[in-house]
Ligand binder design. Structure first.
Ligand code: TXA
Ligand code: MG
Length: 351
């Protein structure tokens, strides 16, 4: 099977192609589509066979639950047992948008979709193409990120084609996504809401609206004895082919440290890659493959390019990659969560 690729823009969705995508989903097929965070791999969320197909196409363990995407506020109630007042408040503030809520699931959601859990993850994306497709499919689309399990999430339709072009029915190309990191996941199955995955909506933004909100312990501690509650967060998301290490510290020391590390690696005949920023990329040895991830002045640009830069390094011949750390004010938590996972938590302190 070779996926049909259809192109359109978020401003002007091609409604005829979307209608066909909706038919494919209703008939149990798989359609990849853009959202404001990353591309999703869609299947009918209420069809257990479609969910099984999603796991197979991604090579994803079937105990790692999928997010159910909706496109109307009133689509939430039928798939959950109850909506706690704080969840309602959060939905009113940030839906449609890059937010996923975990709630106790209703019977109609098959266990295949939720990886056997009795809770369900729900998200209402803001992207117009995503919304129209969900409506055309009947209202409930299960969609993990549209990458092969273990690779970085796709931020362009080309990334989706590379990974899944041969395994799904249709890819909707809506251009590069806006945010570039997956949605913030908030768990409402316990007394106090818990962030299971940091994202564009930060812990501070959540606390401002809801009061007490906790970070999942499995995210804070790199100790492997504490398991993250979102099954997907326990997997080492992306291991680039090269050895990746994060160098932390104050900018000038980081530049000195990376430069010294480059000299040592090159002395062993290794090609070195560097993940820098617009502000620092001119400061490293020209013998390296230097990529700017964005500007520290605009942290959104760093989130936006992270997965793309990681994918690009897999095409080059770098054997070792050193990356600066990006503890930026608002999205730093989300950016560093993904980057540290990609590095297998390998960090080096620059003194
Ligand atoms: O931005 C996003 O959320 C994207 C776009 C396509 O919407 N989707 C996405 O899906 O990132 P995925 O499958 O790659 O990540 C879903 C995460 C996984 O870590 C999974 O374990 C967790 O959500 N999850 C899903 N249902 C859960 C549940 N009932 N309880 C705890 N964690 C859950
Ligand atoms: Mg994913």
């Amino acid at each position: 099977m070779k996926a049909e690729v259809v192109s359109m823009t978020t401003e002007k969705p091609d409604m005829e192609a979307i209608r066909r995508g909706g038919e494919i989903l209703k008939n149990g097929g798989l359609v990849a589509f853009p959202t404001e965070t990353v591309y999703g791999l869609g299947g009918n969320a209420l069809d257990s066979q479609a969910s099984m197909k999603i796991y197979a196409a991604k090579g994803r363990p079937s105990d790692n639950p999928l997010i159910v995407h909706i496109a109307r506020m009133d689509a939430l109630a039928p798939i959950v047992k109850e909506i706690p007042p704080k969840a309602k408040l959060l939905a009113e503030k940030y839906w449609p948008g890059p937010l996923t809520m975990i709630l106790p699931k209703a019977e109609i959601v098959p266990p295949e979709t939720t990886g056997g859990l009795d809770s369900v993850a729900v998200r209402f994306p803001s992207d117009r193409i995503a919304q129209e497709l969900i409506l055309a499919a009947g209202g409930y689309v299960a969609a993990p990120s549209a990458n092969t399990s273990g690779r970085p999430s796709p931020t362009t339709a080309q990334h989706v084609e590379e990974d899944l072009g041969g395994a799904i029915d249709m890819i909707i190309d809506g251009g590069q996504v806006g945010i570039g990191l997956e949605s913030t996941i908030v768990d409402f199955t316990e007394e106090i809401p818990v962030v299971l995955r940091p994202g564009y909506i930060s812990l501070e933004m959540l606390q401002e609206l809801l009061g007490d909100v906790k970070m999942d312990k499995g995210l804070l501690i790199t100790d492997s004895s504490v398991r993250p509650k979102a099954p997907g967060m326990k997997y080492r998301h992306y291991a680039p082919r090269a050895d990746l290490a994060i160098v932390e510290g104050e900018t000038e020391s980081v530049i000195r440290k990376i430069t010294a590390l480059v000299k040592a690696a090159e002395a062993e005949g290794k090609k070195v890659g560097i993940i820098a920023t617009d502000e620092t990329m001119g400061r490293y040895p020209k013998t390296c493959i230097i990529k700017s991830i964005g500007s520290r002045e605009e942290e959104e640009t760093i989130a936006h390019h992270l997965y793309e830069v990681l994918r690009e390094f897999d095409e080059g011949d770098a054997k070792v990659i050193y990356s600066e750390a990006f503890y930026t004010p608002r999205m730093g938590q989300a950016i560093m969560n993904r980057l540290l996972k990609a590095a297998g938590h390998k960090r080096i302190q620059a003194e």
